[in-house]
Design a protein around this ligand. Structure first.
Ligand code: FES
Length: 232
């Protein structure tokens, strides 16, 4: 598989996770929800590539994460092309809901700049308290509301982007009733992806309406309705 070398230029603490700025050309950046398999050229020999997601993009710099804790500025990385299916923000969306369900909002926040370009209002629904180093990076235009606000007004968003671990699906359905949402909704299923589809290891398998799918190649972003109705 073709890869390119890039340097890790800065490391940023985002709550419990670590993101890194990497000097990749913009044309090679993954889209929101996609991931970039990366491996250190020294120190990770023989190991598996780490799937890094866009976490916060600003000022023409790319932040990817979550980085392994021992990666340091100056490390050289071997990166393959972005993989997987990312989010598809409809161009007509004017009220966008972001739901980081039990996870950091950092991956979903990469959608905000596109929302603002198309003049969409953006609300972030969460019951988790956000660390200051994450909160300080939430654009001021984003309204932060409790999950209950979405439960009580399911008709507000015309596009919904959710991010959660695979194991959280049933808890999510118990808390909200996705059948009440009439809008387009997508979910990033966050799960280990050790082989990225190369070895068909099955570790990332997600049960969908179309049968079992691999998050690493068929996702990690899926239409919400494809996964919630089989997770009940
Ligand atoms: S990570 Fe092995 S099949 Fe997806």
């Amino acid at each position: 598989m073709a890869f390119q070398t890039a340097k890790l230029v800065e490391v940023i603490q985002l709550g419990t996770e670590i993101a890194g700025l990497i000097d990749l050309p913009e044309k090679n950046w993954p889209l929101s929800g996609q991931y970039l398999p990366c491996q250190r050229l020294e120190g990770d020999i023989g190991g598996l590539a780490t799937p890094l997601f866009p976490m916060l993009i600003g000022a023409n710099r790319l932040a990817l994460g979550a980085l392994p804790s021992d990666w340091q500025p100056g490390d050289l990385l071997a990166c393959t092309a972005p993989q997987g299916h990312g989010f598809h923000l409809p161009g007509s969306a004017r009220r966008v809901g972001l739901v980081p369900y039990g996870v950091s909002p950092a991956r979903l926040l990469t959608l905000v700049s596109d929302c603002l370009v198309q003049r969409a209002a953006v609300s972030l629904f969460t019951d988790s308290s956000m660390p200051q180093d994450v909160l300080s990076r939430v654009p001021s235009q984003v309204e932060i509301l409790p999950m209950n606000a979405l439960v009580e007004e399911p008709g507000w968003p015309d596009y919904l982007a959710v991010d959660m671990e695979r194991s959280a699906l049933s808890g999510f359905i118990d808390q909200v009733d996705p059948d009440k949402w009439r809008c387009e909704a997508e979910v990033l299923i966050f799960t280990p992806m050790p082989c990225r589809g190369v070895g068909e290891c099955g570790v990332c398998a997600v049960r969908t309406r179309r049968g079992w799918r691999y998050a690493c190649v068929d996702g990690p972003v899926f239409p919400l309705e494809e996964v919630v109705h089989v997770a009940r």
